[in-house]
Design a protein around this ligand. Structure first.
Ligand SMILES: Cc1cc2nc3c(=O)[nH]c(=O)nc-3n(C[C@H](O)[C@H](O)[C@H](O)COP(=O)(O)O)c2cc1C
Length: 381
């Protein structure tokens, strides 16, 4: 298998990504008052210079008071994409990444039910969720015990006017992304945050036009995508991250069969998603019985759109498997094999790229990455 296949460019609408390696979105918490600093610009441009053809930024709070807060990970200094300083900061990030030869899209984020009430830049804002349900209790979660509410009911379901306001906020932030020069937008529709709680039957029990069966529960995500597409036009791509697992329930299954997956992703593809980013912990784990196709493979197959794989590339343990014994590993040949078979089109790399800014270039050249140091997860190196 030739690693050079990772070097082939990929055109998505009018964007050409110079190679197939993307930096996965990773919350870092180094943006005081929501504005990326010069250090943040350097952090991203180092990865672009180190061979990541595409950078998906850390999750960025949308322009809505309830978007951000403490979501159980100790979030602080999370970036936003509204207001003069944050937009100027991002413009600088985009310029430095472009100068280093990379492309970059921001990941738009609303924490939804996972935002702890009374926290974040607007503590008075109401924590929003489709049905006032946090999620099922007593499941395996990735959150510390103190961050799981005692009661699964966390307030009133979102009102129609609140749904409209949040969609508008996504649109404003997406428009600002294009004004700041980004090459497209990525939407965080995974991990139990707001969009994902509309998709999931445990948290969306609405019986209006925002709830129902698999396809009907996509209505909110579809409207977000459709309105963003309308606002940013046909030239630039929209990426959409989804996941089976939720922080509220590690073993959740959004779609238990490929047919259900098609019901969830099909309407999103029709609304304007170009690339489905299937968030799993091991990129090549079979998603369903009787086939070795990964979730990214299935996303591509059922939608006919492009897809991106992620999880455990260049690193020996999946995210949340603990820090002990985590080490760099060369499993690039396995990625290349699936890429060459057309199972997916891009591969996102998270921790390995934090550990070594040159990871992508080295992976393509067959050179060893630097030994993984877990401290890089908390630094902006
Ligand atoms: C420090 C850290 C922060 C993360 N923040 C986000 C985030 O903001 N948005 C997101 O969708 N995923 C986030 N993730 C998940 C990564 O994008 C990626 O899917 C995960 O780390 C698995 O890839 P890896 O095995 O290559 O690290 C984060 C992961 C890490 C390690």
């Amino acid at each position: 298998m030739t690693r050079q296949s990772l070097s082939s460019p990929l055109t998505i609408r009018t964007l050409t990504v110079p190679n197939r390696v993307a930096m996965s979105p990773m919350t870092r918490g180094f943006c005081p008052d929501g504005a990326p600093t010069e250090e943040v610009a350097k952090y991203y441009s180092r990865r672009a210079a180190g061979g990541c053809g595409l950078i998906i930024t850390e999750a960025v709070g949308i322009d809505h008071p309830s978007a951000l807060g403490d979501a159980g990970l100790g979030e602080d200094n999370i970036p936003v994409l509204h207001g003069d300083a944050p937009v100027a900061g991002w413009r600088r990030v985009v310029e430095t990444v472009h100068a280093a030869g990379g492309r970059i899209v921001p990941q738009l984020w609303h924490q939804g039910a996972l935002r702890l009430a009374g926290t974040g830049p607007n503590p008075e804002a109401r924590t929003l969720s489709p049905s006032g349900v946090w999620g099922p209790l007593g499941r395996m979660t990735s959150l510390a015990a103190g961050k799981v509410p005692a009661d699964r009911r966390i307030g009133e379901p979102m009102r129609e006017s609140e749904i409209d306001e949040v969609i508008e906020a996504y649109v404003r932030s997406a428009r600002n992304a294009t004004l700041a020069g980004f090459d497209g937008v990525a939407i965080h529709g995974a991990h139990g945050y707001l969009i994902d709680t509309f998709l999931w039957d445990e948290t969306n029990v609405r019986n209006d036009r925002w709830g129902g069966d698999h396809a009907q529960r996509t209505a909110f995500a579809v409207e977000v995508v459709r309105r963003i597409r309308q606002a940013i036009g046909p030239l630039v791509p929209i990426f959409f991250r989804f996941s089976q697992w939720k922080q509220q329930d590690f073993r959740a299954q959004l779609a238990t069969t490929p047919q259900e997956l098609e019901q969830v992703l099909g309407p999103l593809a029709d609304a304007g998603v170009d690339v489905f980013d299937a968030s799993v912990r091991y990129f090549d784990k079979a998603a369903y019985p009787d086939s070795d196709l990964s979730l990214a493979g299935w996303a591509k197959k059922v939608t006919g759109k492009l897809s991106m794989a992620v999880g455990g590339v260049g690193i020996n343990k999946g995210m949340y498997d603990g820090d002990k014994g985590v080490a760099a590993v060369d499993n690039v040949e396995r990625v290349v094999s699936r890429l060459m078979h057309g199972e997916f089109d891009l591969v996102a790399v998270g921790r390995a790229v934090l550990g070594d800014a040159e990871w992508a270039r080295k992976a393509i050249a067959g050179e060893a990455a630097v030994p993984f140091d877990p401290n890089t997860l908390s630094q902006l190196a």
